[in-house]
Design a protein around this ligand. Structure first.
Ligand code: NAD
Length: 510
């Protein structure tokens, strides 16, 4: 029984200890120990056991923070991380190898050009409240794999998970290299006053701007994992029952507090009534006694978020076609669908980040695409349930961080695929190999043999026309395109290659 598990009361990390924590993490990085791949593997294996051993504590904490069903806590947080760890543990020794599959002119071969994978250094990870375990630990996996030391700042809005995560990380990972700082704005501000080698932030766009500005002062790189007003598309080619079921899953898991879930669905005008019927049937199937009575349905994280989402329901000019019930004392908002006729409706204008979504009817695919590009030109996700041609049209004309065809946000549920946004929905990606790359510096290295000095004489003064010509002749290739930018091919190209001028160069005046 997870209810028997004792969860430490939330405690903010003293602000005056934060500089020392950052300094210790930096010093540990400079000690060089994290460069050893075996050391990283040991940390990752310990993290595996930490998550496994603390599985029930996390389930209890997630229940407390979000009323997250244990089933869901395992699937979308714990198991998600275990799968990612399994991949990283299996592949890390390959990923850390020098990259030699790179392009360069043959004349440089003797210099053995290669790209070395180096850790960025000491990184800060700031997480949100909705998947408060997974969205902090998944970037940590990338950071450890890359050889970084890290400080995590979980969301204060999921305090139980934040405390359990702190306990687990302190117990299982190297105490000089990995830290959890708990707290809200004062603690985050103190962390941002430190120098990091990368800041990895997951959350909303307002705080992302604060973080980016602060990072810019010290030219610190950032990865931003943000949200968006994600569209979905339904046409005459859609299996409406299946789409209703899948979209209902996408928006009821974690009570819709999912950055990837659809904010609205564009539905072919004459299908709207049928689609609504299917949604209502699915709701009854998922929650025969109503969502409120179901142990599978989460709650809104706190009153502030509850009020924000409820305001969307209260102020919409649309028609509520499913749900609409709320109970502040229980932080309950039922799965709610609103039929709207304008992109200016409050439920269309903001990211609901809750169980509320809208249906907006369209006449033609082009109209649907126009709606999507008006509402949010760079959402985190696009999901489309159309014909092959319609899906392709939507993918090519509406950009997004990732996309799923014929389902809700399934691309984000596969923990080893690169995951990230574009434009307003974020920058940078992680998970699996992308997580390793996110915290890795690709350092280009060449090794110039002493015997090559003669070949390199062109670069030394006094500059000589003879050396220059020889060098250019050796290192140039003729273009395989004409002056109109068209590719050259056939016999004409071969004649040009053989009999054309030796090299097309600007004249050098000595
Ligand atoms: P939030 O921006 O309120 O908070 C996220 C983190 O930022 C918290 O740890 C918080 O303490 C910290 N923070 C708050 N104010 C800060 C400040 N002034 N300086 C530094 N740090 C500060 O986000 P949230 O409400 O927890 O999450 C909701 C948003 O996150 C939604 O927009 C959602 O789409 C997005 N999100 C994105 C992803 C993704 O993977 N792309 C995942 C989950 C949530």
């Amino acid at each position: 029984m997870t209810s028997d598990i004792k969860i430490p009361a939330f405690e903010a990390t003293p602000v005056d200890s934060i500089a020392k924590i950052a300094a210790t993490a930096r010093q540990s990085y400079r000690s060089q120990k994290t460069k050893d791949v075996e050391w990283r593997l040991v940390q990752l294996r310990k993290l595996y056991w930490g998550i496994t051993d603390y599985s029930e504590n996390f389930q209890a904490a997630l229940k407390k923070d979000l009323n997250k069903a244990p089933h869901d806590a395992i699937l979308s947080e714990i198991h998600h991380l275990i799968q990612e760890l399994n991949l990283v543990l299996k592949k890390l020794k390959d990923w850390v190898k020098d990259d030699k599959d790179i392009e360069y002119a043959w004349t440089f071969s003797a210099m053995k050009p290669r790209i070395r994978k180096e850790p960025l250094g000491t990184v800060l990870i700031i997480g949100p409240y909705n998947f408060p375990l997974m969205l902090n630990v998944a970037p940590l996996i990338g950071a450890i794999a890359a050889g970084c030391t890290a400080v995590i700042k979980p969301s204060e809005n999921a305090p139980a998970t934040a405390m359990v995560m702190k306990e687990m990380i302190e117990k299982y990972l190297d105490p000089e290299s990995f830290f959890v700082v708990n707290g809200a704005i004062p603690e985050s501000t103190a962390l941002l006053n430190e120098k990091w080698d990368k800041i990895f932030y997951t959350g909303g766009p307002t705080v992302a701007r604060i973080i980016s500005k602060k990072a810019a002062e010290t030219l610190t790189p950032v990865a931003l994992e943000l949200g968006g007003r994600n569209p979905s598309f339904i046409s005459r080619s859609t299996n409406l029952a299946l789409a209703a079921r899948r979209l209902m899953w996408g928006k009821t898991i974690n009570a819709g507090q999912v950055c990837l879930s659809q904010n609205y669905v564009t539905v072919q005008k004459d299908l709207v009534d049928d689609f609504i019927k299917h949604l209502n049937a699915t709701y009854k199937e998922f929650y025969p006694n109503g969502a409120k009575a179901s142990i599978d349905y989460a709650r809104i994280v706190n009153e502030q978020q509850f009020d924000r989402i409820k305001k969307m329901i209260d102020t919409t000019n649309g028609k509520i076609v499913l749900g609409g019930e709320t109970d502040r004392s229980d932080l309950y908002i039922s799965p709610t669908v609103v039929l709207v006729d304008s992109t200016d409706d409050p439920v269309m204008k903001d990211e609901s980040f809750g169980p509320v979504w809208s249906i907006i009817p369209y006449d033609t695919v082009e109209d649907a695409i126009k709606i999507m590009n008006t509402v949010d030109p760079t959402p985190l996700t696009v999901t489309t349930f159309g014909s092959k041609a319609e899906n392709e049209k939507i993918l090519s004309q509406v950009t997004s961080g990732g996309a799923t065809i014929n389902d809700a946000w399934m691309h984000g549920a596969i923990s080893t695929l690169p995951f990230g946004g574009v434009g307003e929905s974020g920058t940078g990606s992680y998970h699996g190999r992308a997580g390793f790359d996110c915290f890795t510096h690709r350092r280009t290295i060449v090794e110039v043999p002493s015997w090559m000095d003669k070949l390199l004489r062109t670069r030394y003064p006094p500059f000589s026309a003879t050396n220059f010509k020889r060098h250019i002749w050796l290192t140039s290739t003729k273009p395989n395109f004409d002056r109109d930018g068209k590719p050259l091919s056939g016999p004409g190209y071969w004649l040009w290659l053989i009999f054309g001028p030796a090299a097309l160069l600007p004249k050098v005046r000595y």
